[in-house]
Design a protein around this ligand. Sequence first.
Ligand code: BGC
Length: 472
Amino acid sequence: MSTDVVGIEGQAGQRATKWLWLVGAVIAVSGILFGYDQGVISGALRGIEDSFKVSTTTTEIITSWVTLGALVGALVAGVTADRIGRRSALLLAGGLFVVGAIVEAAAPGAAILVVGRLVVGFAVGIASVAAPLYAAEMAPAHLRGRFVSGYQLGITFGIFLAYLVDELMDSADWRLMLGVSSFVGIALIIAILPLPDTPRWYLKVGRRSEAVEALEKVDAPPDAEAAIAIIEAEAASDVQASWEVAFSKRWRTPLLIGVGLAVFQQITGINAIIYYADKIFDAAGFTSVADQTMATTWAVGGVNVLATLVAVMFVDRLGRKPLLLAGLVGMGLSLAVVGIAFQSLGDVQHGGSAQAASDAGVITLVALVVYIASFAFSMGPVVWTIINEIYPREVRGRMVSVATAFNWFSAWLVSQFFLTLTDSIGESATFWMFASFCLIAFFWILRYVPETKERTLEEIEEMWQKRFDARE
Ligand code: BGC
């Protein structure tokens, strides 16, 4: 290869890197959108209750209907992202998010506030499908895990930001807390405007020259034509599959793997801790509100961001499965320890020593840090990565939608019933239940989830095809 060619390729590579950074920013901001909304409401609730004098049921609706909006958003997002493109779907999500956040901030009463929450949830749902899909299709194979886990990094950063805002602002400023999120929507729109859609989507809708342009711009492979030809060969057999095909026997295994991972990510307890960390620390003996919020912001929010960074660095090197399995061991063990700590707290309340109570508080704090760190380098980012890479292209949009909707549904279930569960069966049993789901998830993943590290999306598709042909 002549030095000239190396030079030209080097330049192309550098340009590509610059564009890849921008793609990374789109992914991260989409994650922040998701995370901020997930985290902010706990701090805003008290102020909302004071302003509107609402009942408990209305408070629950204000809290949880974002998740319902997201569930519907996720369901329509697949078809939307296939039809208008991944990029336009993200623009739509950004726009709706801004509208929803403004409605929330300006709401004259609870009913309008709920409408705002639904719109914001709907936008987050669309983004939760379109952003990782965009990342998975845009990234070169060797960086794909890193890209999709960049989305998770955004989520954790959004949650952390929300915790910080909750800590710094007075809950009377709830309009500001909710309104501020419109800037994240605007940032998403600004970041995605200069970017093209994914080469795979352009090919799917027959816009070949734009596909080549997009690939050269973002990935700059040495031979763009050859790279396009590979994607195109796949596209030749690519009929826009119907829901019937998506649910057919042929693709049942990948469908179940994605849905299973999505559900396990939630029923192993993450959002019980994200939403109710203050209450858990309260029950574990942190008496002042300031201590509780500080533990939540740093031990849960801060550790979550840091450990996700580890995943971003290692997901493409170590592979998906080792991270998932190691993480589940850490999550399961720490949940079991939290269960034991709560049991000894229960004993304390029935006549044990004050020393035992403060020990239980410290043990709970340490165990929750281990839990969050373990989740953050495994089930958090890796589940989203796998969901966005295992599906054959003809059904990818639809299947990612279904898996994501299951994820939102399970998130809703856990956040809706966690307090009821702790009231009825107690904290210890609730945490042991989450721990036992970690155990089941461990063996299920060991048995069924394939390693997808460094395989191109096309190779993954071929793997399913071969497995299906071998079975028939
Ligand atoms: C999950 C969210 C969760 C977050 C915590 C994400 O992967 O999907 O439900 O709140 O991780 O970091």
